[in-house]
Design a protein around this ligand. Structure first.
Ligand SMILES: N[C@@H](CCC(=O)N[C@@H](CS)C(=O)NCC(=O)O)C(=O)O
Length: 214
């Protein structure tokens, strides 16, 4: 299995899921601006024409894209890890959270605020329109350990997205104490601690490369 990723990007959720599952995988770093696979200098767009991570190549050679799909694939592929749920309403709830995180938080709130090229007006609009989505998560998490009744790939995705608050000063996590406590708690989880530590190191190396090339 090959996971194409960029350091600390949303692809980290799949890394967490693979660590949770104890799965063997090759982690192939993509330089996002140039869409180059660092290991061999190849063009990532030959694998995924829209050049987005995560992209997963399965052991059977199928190429999968989109966080929600890849995360559910990993959960199904390694059922003993209990990263997903049984079919029925629990599966629907899992799907609901993956879609919410992917659309309302990841793309609706964080990307416009994080993107250096996004105009100030877009950042302000995203904050005005979508910051309240965090109030929703805050209320939901009251008295809960996880999004569902056990750790799932949705938690791996939520922690990955909330981890970006370290680079989005207008989104002060301290304003949402239940969410902050959830994030701090899950960051101690071995799979998440390992993924953040490794990808933070790669992120710093990536920043140094960019600085040297500028
Ligand atoms: N809809 C996609 C979005 C994935 C996405 O936005 N990936 C970002 C990293 S968090 C990326 O690859 N950005 C590079 C780019 O925009 O060129 C999914 O859910 O997988």
């Amino acid at each position: 299995m090959d996971l194409y990723f960029s350091p600390l990007a949303c692809s980290m959720a799949t890394r967490v899921a693979l660590y949770e599952a104890g799965a063997e995988a090759n982690y192939l770093e993509v330089d996002s601006p140039t869409k180059t696979v660092l290991k061999d200098g190849s063009d990532f767009r030959a694998v995924n024409p829209i050049g987005l991570v995560p992209t997963l190549r399965t052991d059977e050679g199928m190429v999968l894209t989109e966080n929600a799909a890849i995360l559910q694939y990993v959960a199904d592929r390694f059922p003993q890890s209990h990263l997903g749920t049984a079919s029925g309403i629990d599966r629907t709830r899992l799907h609901q959270w993956l879609c919410f995180i992917g659309t309302e938080l990841h793309k609706g709130l964080f990307i416009p605020v994080l993107d250096r090229k996004s105009p100030q007006e877009s950042k302000a609009y995203a904050l005005e329109k979508n910051l309240s989505r965090l109030d929703y998560v805050e209320n939901y998490l009251k008295g809960r350990e996880f999004l569902l009744d056990h750790f799932t790939v949705a938690d791996a995705y939520l922690v990955t997205v909330i981890n970006w608050t370290m680079a989005t000063p207008p989104i002060e996590l301290a304003k949402w104490p239940n969410l902050k406590a959830y994030y701090e708690r899950l960051k101690q989880r071995p799979s998440i601690a390992k993924a953040i530590a490794e990808e933070f190191g790669l992120y710093k190396a990536e920043q140094a490369r960019r600085k040297a090339a500028a």
